[in-house]
Each structure stands twice: as structure tokens, then as C-alpha cells.
Write a protein that binds this ligand. Structure first.
Ligand SMILES: C[S@@+](CC[C@H](N)C(=O)[O-])C[C@H]1O[C@@H](n2cnc3c(N)ncnc32)[C@H](O)[C@@H]1O
Length: 279
């Protein structure tokens, strides 16, 4: 089943959290000269046109990136992310929004390599087009979970892995965590980021259990919920598990989360940040 298209959701509140964290992680990785692997198991199209019918149909970006892009009071921790979005939208209108490959492309250097997996026949085409003239990028139309496991440990022993499935199938919750656990067994110093939607709380509790029963160490969990948990259909919040986060990421999120609540949330909005597994 491949009906999910990220173009409907590009730039929404969940992307703001995911992509601001990805920007901070990649920014940190580039502080050392030595190259690293960026591995994106579920890449999407790479770049999204916000004026096109998909984004306009839901208008999700209007309640996400559009609310903060020109805010002069945004915290410093959002600077790497916001300055990247601004650099892509030099006219005052917000016209394009990067997917995770678009974020990565802005940070990686000549010594880094990027490995992008995507299955959807249309999005892989967009992704390949987006990656033209990008050196040291490897795009594959194949399963990203297997792709991650085939690439770790990277020769440089430095790597960032993003696992961002559509969760159309409930197996994705377990597969995402299992992939990290297996990858960690081969490469325990890598940084791993897993995105998840808050739709049914028990799926997230199971992810937490699977992590805490594993060998994985140093796991940060961040969650931002627009609304309280409900049994009704639909995503009420978003979260990330981050294995081996940069040391200052938790403090940066302490700045970002209250800001997101003020700008994107309502009185029902809440957030949590916890070190789920110690170093
Ligand atoms: C949430 S979107 C990715 C968004 C992207 N990471 C971003 O941040 O902009 C999930 C993508 O995974 C793709 N996909 C679904 N199953 C996959 C699999 N097993 N391997 C690789 N890609 C997959 C979908 O077609 C979809 O484009």
C-alpha cells in the first residue's frame, strides 16, 4: 500500500519539529571535519511546491511553518532550520518547503555522502530530479528499512539515520524500532532519529517498551501534542525518538517546545521531553 503522499503535509507542525531537530543534528555533525553518512530510509519527494494542489488542499503548512517563518522572536535554536527555509524562499512568499533530503542537502559537504530510499513511483521520480547535480548522493527505489541495515556501520563510523515511515500500516511502529535496534547492534555510535505520529497511544507505549527492553542507550524522546489523546481518528500530536543526540539537543528543544506551543498550539497543547534511556 503506497497511498501516502507527503506533499499534503509538507511544512505542518510535525515537519517543524522533525526538520528543526534534523537541522540541529546535521549542523552539529558538520562541526567536525571528518565526513559522515546521511541515511534517509523514507525520503519522500525531496522538495515540495506549496502553491500546488496537494499542499493547498490541506493547507497544513499554514498552521505550521507559515506561522513562524517571519517571526523575529523565534529562539536561536530554530535558526539553522528557519534560515534554511528562508534561503529557499527569497521572495517574501512561502513557495517551497524542503523534505528531509532537502534539509540534508543544505548541510552536507563534499566529504559527506547521502543515501536516500523511497518506494513511491511518483515521489522517487521527484526525488531523482531533485538530486540531480548533488554530488555523493545515492537514491534507491527500495525498502528503506533494509537499506539502513545494509549501510551500517559506515566506513567513517560517523552517521545520521532518519527513519520516517508513513505509518499507513501499523507494522511500521515495530519495524521502525526494530530497525534501529538491529542497526545499533552494528553501529552503536550513530545518531538515529525515528519520527512518529500520535494517533493511538498504545502504539507509542509499545515503541517505548521495545526500546527500553533493548541494548540501545542514550535515547531522548520528544513529543508535541496539539490536542489531548483521543480515540477518534486522526493525528493529534507528533514525536521523535533520538538515539545518541548531540549533547546540547535537549537544551535546544527546551527552547523550541514552549515557542511552538505559543505559536502553533492552543490551550490543549502539551509537550514532553525525556531521556527515556540513560547514556
Ligand atoms: C512521511 S513520508 C517521508 C517524508 C520525508 N522523510 C520528509 O521528512 O520530508 C514517508 C515516505 O516513505 C515512503 N515509503 C513507504 N514505505 C517505504 C519503504 N518501506 N521504504 C522506503 N520508502 C517507503 C512513502 O512513499 C513516503 O514518501
Amino acid at each position: 500500500m503506497l497511498s501516502y503522499r507527503h506533499a499534503f503535509h509538507a511544512g505542518n507542525f510535525a515537519d517543524v519539529l522533525k526538520h528543526s531537530v534534523l537541522s540541529l543534528v546535521l549542523d552539529y555533525m558538520t562541526r567536525k571535519e571528518k565526513g559522515f553518512h546521511y541515511i534517509d530510509s523514507h525520503s519522500g519527494a525531496g522538495m515540495y511546491q506549496l502553491a500546488e494542489e496537494y499542499a493547498q488542499k490541506t493547507g497544513e503548512y499554514k498552521d505550521g511553518i507559515a506561522k513562524i517563518i517571519n517571526d523575529e522572536d523565534a529562539p536561536e535554536s530554530l535558526e539553522p532550520y528557519l534560515s534554511l527555509i528562508k534561503s529557499l524562499n527569497l521572495n517574501s512568499e512561502l513557495e517551497v518547503y524542503p523534505g528531509s533530503p532537502g534539509i540534508a542537502k543544505a548541510f552536507v559537504r563534499r566529504q559527506d555522502s547521502s543515501h536516500l530510499f523511497e518506494l513511491h513511483p511518483t515521489d522517487i521520480q521527484h526525488l531523482e530530479d531533485f538530486c540531480q547535480r548533488w554530488r555523493k548522493v545515492f537514491v534507491k527505489q527500495s525498502d528503506g528499512y533494509k537499506g539502513v541495515l545494509g549501510l551500517v556501520p559506515p566506513p567513517s563510523r560517523r552517521g545520521v539515520v532518519l527513519i520516517d515511515p508513513p505509518y499507513e500500516l501499523k507494522e511500521d511502529y515495530q519495524k521502525a524500532v526494530k530497525t534501529i535496534i538491529k542497526a545499533y547492534a552494528k553501529f552503536s555510535t550513530g545518531t538515529y532519529i525515528v519520527w512518529y505520529p500520535v494517533v493511538k497511544r498504545n502504539f507509542i507505549e509499545q515503541m517505548q517498551k521495545d526500546f527500553t527492553n533493548s541494548e540501545v542507550k542514550n535515547l531522548l524522546q520528544v513529543e508535541f501534542c496539539l490536542e489531548k489523546d483521543t480515540d477518534e481518528y486522526g493525528m493529534t500530536g507528533t514525536g521523535l525518538f533520538i538515539v545518541n543526540p548531540p549533547w546540547q539537543l535537549a537544551a535546544q528543544l527546551e527552547e523550541i517546545l514552549p515557542y511552538m506551543k505559543t505559536k502553533l498550539g492552543s490551550t490543549n497543547t502539551s509537550y514532553t521531553l525525556k531521556q527515556l534511556i540513560a547514556e
